[in-house]
Design a binder for this molecule. Structure first.
Ligand code: PLP
Length: 396
């Protein structure tokens, strides 16, 4: 490995998680894999082939720059959808490649129609309606204004979908808000239908809604985090599992982030370890250095707090996370540790697992954040049917 760490994606785990969603929803519901944020840090170039292998052929990204990367990695028969931002200079490319995209305001609707006319290629749009999150989407007034514009430009538009986004289906505290959003969505749908506008696919559900709100599944679900093996929140997991006989976690974490031992040493009692006064050895300690720090996406919030796996056992991060290094307590590890031994930062080693959810105080937003912030220059590999897919190697 040329970088100081390596990320491996387990295709079998992705396949397991896709199957979990497939078994949950009706057979005619499309599963769109959300691969924004470099596929939640898993790496678009390796996540897409693994998802396609698992039977997914619809992908959702946030921006047109993410779309360019995904387009290169996916099969030409797969469908790509942009849920957010399109750079003005990218719109032509988006329409020409038949990439689908959200329309969240009247200005972008008009721009899409103008360009589609010019290119003599219809724009494949999803009408994004505001239902209560107050983030993106057409307000009721704007929906009414959009109706005649859409109806006079049917040659230049393919109405692929009607969409919105729920403001937190992962927590019961938001229940009333979610129900209200689903109702408003229905109203917008019938308003459009009354005016002869029938988008092909209605979709509103992310992972949490797909699991906790069956009525939100409609024609397509946009699932991100579950496909990589993480629950949106512990609450979503509890809500799912309490109805089941088998209480074991049906999801499998797809990512293993590993590095290696750079050095080991002993520190006498009373000494401070690392920068400043953040950690003092209370007894004589054995420690190891691992060449991964916050510049590699190992969050500083894991200072004195995170754990890694070595020899199938947990070792705690001590002191603060440095830019390129962490120090870990190996006093309690009962096997000899050598330079070059494998260290797992996220994922499984032997029977043990580090998943961010295992830290008691850590909430899941940190979970999403740490994954999404894994830098692109860490090499990713994924073995599919003995064929190794990989991101290009960086000499870092
Ligand atoms: C991120 C996102 C999703 C997926 O959310 P998960 O919780 O990861 O399933 C779906 N829809 C939109 C619009 C999103 O931005």
């Amino acid at each position: 490995m040329a970088s100081t760490s390596l990320i491996e994606i387990k295709c079998k785990a992705i396949e397991n998680n896709v199957l979990f969603i497939k078994n949950l929803v009706d057979s005619d519901v499309i599963i769109s894999a959300v691969i924004k944020g470099n596929a939640y840090g898993h790496g678009v170039e390796v996540a897409i082939p693994a998802l396609e292998y698992s039977g997914v052929n619809h992908f959702s990204v946030f921006s047109s720059s993410e779309a360019r990367k995904a387009y290169k990695a996916m099969k030409s028969s797969s469908t790509l959808m942009i849920m957010g931002f399109i750079f003005e200079e990218d719109l032509k490319w988006v329409i020409q490649q038949e990439i689908e995209f959200y329309i969240s305001n009247l200005k972008s609707l008009k721009a899409a129609i103008e360009l589609a006319k010019e290119l003599k290629t219809p724009a494949r749009i999803h009408i994004d309606v505001e239902t209560g999150m107050n983030r993106t989407g057409l307000l009721l007034e704007e929906v009414k204004q959009a109706i005649p514009i859409i109806n006079t430009n049917t040659d230049h538009l393919i109405l692929q979908g009607l969409t919105s986004h729920l403001a937190g289906a992962e927590s019961i505290a938001n229940h009333m808000r979610i129900i209200s959003q689903l109702n408003i969505f229905k109203k917008r749908k019938s308003l459009l239908a009354k005016n002869g506008i029938h988008p092909k696919l209605n979709h509103i559900a992310s992972s949490a809604a797909t699991i906790s709100y069956p009525e939100s599944r409609m024609d397509m679900v946009r699932t991100g985090v579950v496909l990589y093996g993480y629950w949106p929140t512990k609450e979503t997991f509890i809500n799912y599992i309490h109805r089941k006989k088998d209480k074991s976690d049906p999801l499998k974490r797809a990512l293993v982030w590993r590095s290696q031992v750079m050095e080991t040493k002993t520190v006498p009692a009373g000494e401070f370890i690392g920068y400043g006064l953040s950690y003092q050895a209370q007894t004589k300690m054995s420690i190891m250095l691992v060449p991964v720090g916050y510049c590699n996406g190992y969050s500083r919030s894991l200072s004195n707090n995170g754990h890694v796996l070595i020899k199938g056992q947990r070792a705690q991060v001590i002191g603060s996370v440095n830019m390129n290094m962490i120090l870990c307590d190996i006093s309690m590890i009962n096997e000899k540790i050598n330079i070059g031994d494998e260290v797992v930062l996220i994922g499984e080693q032997s029977e043990m697992e580090i998943s961010f959810t295992s830290f008691a105080d850590m909430n899941n937003s940190l979970n999403y954040e740490i994954l999404a912030r894994l830098p692109e220059n860490i090499q990713r590999v994924c073995k599919i049917d003995n064929l190794e897919h990989s991101t290009t190697e960086h000499s870092k």
